[in-house]
Write a protein that binds this ligand. Structure first.
Ligand SMILES: [Fe+2]
Length: 190
C-alpha cells in the first residue's frame, strides 16, 4: 500500500495512522483506548470521505471499505456502511477495535460470553451511537450486534488491531446455540 498517498483520505488519516503504528506492543485495552482518542478528530466532520465509500452495493445490507492498512497487516482503518434499518448478526472481533460514528445513528447491543461455553452469549446492555461518538471493543468483551434504527444510511470509521481480512471471526446463532465463521471481505479499498 502506498503510505505516502496524498489523497484527502490519506491526509485525514495521517495522524491516526501515526498512532496506530505505535500500538504493536501495547496491551489491548490501552491500545483500543489510544486508537479511540486518535479516531475522534477523524470523525469531527464528514466532507473528507468520498461518496463511493458511503454506499452499500445493491442487494447488500452492509459494506466494508478498507481505507488504510500496513503491509504487515498489524492494523486496519475501515469505513463500514449500513443501509437504512440494516442489522448485523451477533458477532465477535477477536482483536481490539475502536469505532467512530461519522454519519447517521447505530444501536449497539453488547453481549457477554457465558463461562464454560464458547458458543453462547447473553445480551447485557445497549448503546445508541450518534455522530462524534467513539466506542471500543476489547476481547473477551468484543461481542455485539449493530443495527441502523433509521431509514438513512449510517457510516462508522473503524480501527482494529489486525487487518480483519486475515482474522477468523464468528457470528453467534443465539437460537441454536452455535457459532459460524464470519469472514471479512472488503467491498473496496482506497
Ligand atoms: Fe462489530
Amino acid at each position: 500500500m502506498n503510505r505516502t498517498a496524498s489523497s484527502p483520505v490519506a491526509a485525514r488519516l495521517a495522524d491516526l495512522v501515526a498512532v496506530l503504528d505505535t500500538l504493536g506492543a501495547v496491551p489491548a485495552d490501552e491500545a483500543a483506548h489510544r486508537a479511540g482518542e486518535a479516531l475522534a478528530p477523524v470523525i469531527a466532520d464528514v466532507e473528507w470521505l468520498p461518496d463511493v465509500y458511503r454506499r452499500v452495493p445493491p442487494g447488500h445490507e452492509e459494506a466494508v471499505y478498507l481505507l488504510q492498512a500496513p503491509a504487515d497487516r498489524s492494523w486496519c482503518v475501515l469505513a463500514v456502511v449500513w443501509k437504512g434499518e440494516a442489522a448485523t448478526p451477533v458477532h465477535d472481533h477477536v482483536v481490539w477495535g475502536a469505532s467512530g460514528q461519522l454519519i447517521g445513528r447505530l444501536v449497539e447491543v453488547r453481549y457477554q460470553r457465558i463461562a464454560g461455553d464458547e458458543q453462547r452469549v447473553r445480551s447485557h446492555s445497549a448503546v445508541l451511537h450518534q455522530p462524534g461518538d467513539v466506542s471500543t471493543v476489547v476481547p473477551p468483551f468484543d461481542v455485539h450486534r449493530v443495527s441502523n434504527p433509521d431509514a438513512e444510511t449510517a457510516v462508522a470509521i473503524q480501527v482494529f488491531g489486525r487487518d480483519l481480512s486475515v482474522v477468523t471471526r464468528h457470528a453467534f446463532d443465539l437460537e441454536r446455540g452455535i457459532t459460524v465463521v464470519r469472514e471479512t471481505v472488503y467491498d473496496g479499498r482506497v
